[in-house]
Structures are given as C-alpha cells and as structure tokens.
Design a protein. Structure first.
Length: 178
C-alpha cells in the first residue's frame, strides 16, 4: 500500500490525527468516525492544544445513542503524538479554527495536513435540545467529510493530488454548512 507520499514502512492502515483546542467534542467525534467508516484501513486519533481533560458528556451520549464505541476515549494533548515512539501520522486534520491558527508541533513522518473547520458544539448555550442539535450537526459535518476522505483512492494518488482532494473536501463541506 502506498503511504500517502511518505517514506513510512508498510503497516495496516493509515494513521489519522484530528486536532482541536479542547479535544472534548469535534476531534473525539472524528476519531470515532474515521475508525467506523474507514473499514479497518484507518487508525483514528485525536488530541488538543489545550485539552479539557475530559470528553464532553454530550459527545459520549451521541456516540452511544448511535451505537458507536466510546471505550478508551479521552481528552489528551497533541504533545503525545509529537513524542518519540508515538504513532507516525499519515494525515493530520484540524477541525477547529482556533487550532488551525496555532503553531502545531512538528509531526514525525511529514503527514499530509488539512483544515476541516466545524463549529464547536460545546460552545452552544441554550437548552439541552439545542445543545444536542449542535452536537448532531458537528457529527454530520464530520461524517460527510470522513466518508469522502475514506473513499479516496489513496494508493493511486500522489501526495499533491491527495492534498488537493482533502483541501477540497474541507472547503466543499464548509461552504455547504453556511
């Protein structure tokens, strides 16, 4: 299997890291979704620049209602993935605008990166129903992007073509949310 333009040894699946500031909602949802829709070809990870320390209860509730796994999910720092011995990432996606503007660590392996901004459901004030609706909207936005991403013929595309495709997925989906 071609490794998305990197010099990585062949191993089962592409490693994908989703970044957000708090790592309590959007990046957690994306981590679960890439594992779910990736059909064993993608290993999902998530982290934050300033992790909250806990997964948002409404994110866990939504995943459980959809019968998706929540075991082992935790809010963690992106420094875990910049350390020696951490899994080498093939792709790194920021899912919040704040994290996209921050200076990220240098990722071993030179992963392909893109920004897939999604509004923060944890920032929604209002009734519980309004908050749940915001989590569902974030989930659906991420699910649509991830479905498009996992359908890409990564083993047939060069690094530049992959970069164009994943940038387009983020841009196309963002314009549909407006």
């Amino acid at each position: 299997m071609s490794r998305a333009g990197s010099n990585l040894p062949d191993r089962r699946g592409y490693n994908v890291l989703f970044l957000c500031t708090g790592n309590s909602a959007r990046s957690i949802l994306a981590e679960v979704l890439i594992e779910h829709w990736g059909d064993g070809q993608f290993n999902g990870y998530s982290a934050g620049s300033f992790p909250k320390g806990a997964v948002h209860p409404l994110a866990l509730d939504l995943l459980e209602r959809l019968r998706l796994p929540t075991r082992g999910l935790r809010s963690k720092s992106w420094n875990e993935f910049a350390r020696l011995g951490a899994p080498v990432m093939d792709f790194v996606f920021t899912v919040c605008d704040q994290a996209a503007g921050e200076v990220c660590p240098v990722w071993p392996g030179n992963p392909v990166t893109a920004h897939w901004g999604v509004p923060d459901p944890a920032a929604v004030d209002g009734t519980e129903a309004e908050q749940q609706k915001a989590f569902r909207a974030a989930y659906l936005a991420l699910e649509n992007r991830i479905k498009l991403f996992v359908a890409l013929p990564l083993d047939k595309l060069d690094r530049m073509a992959i970069k164009r495709e994943i940038d387009e997925i983020g841009g196309r989906a963002a314009s549909q949310m407006e």
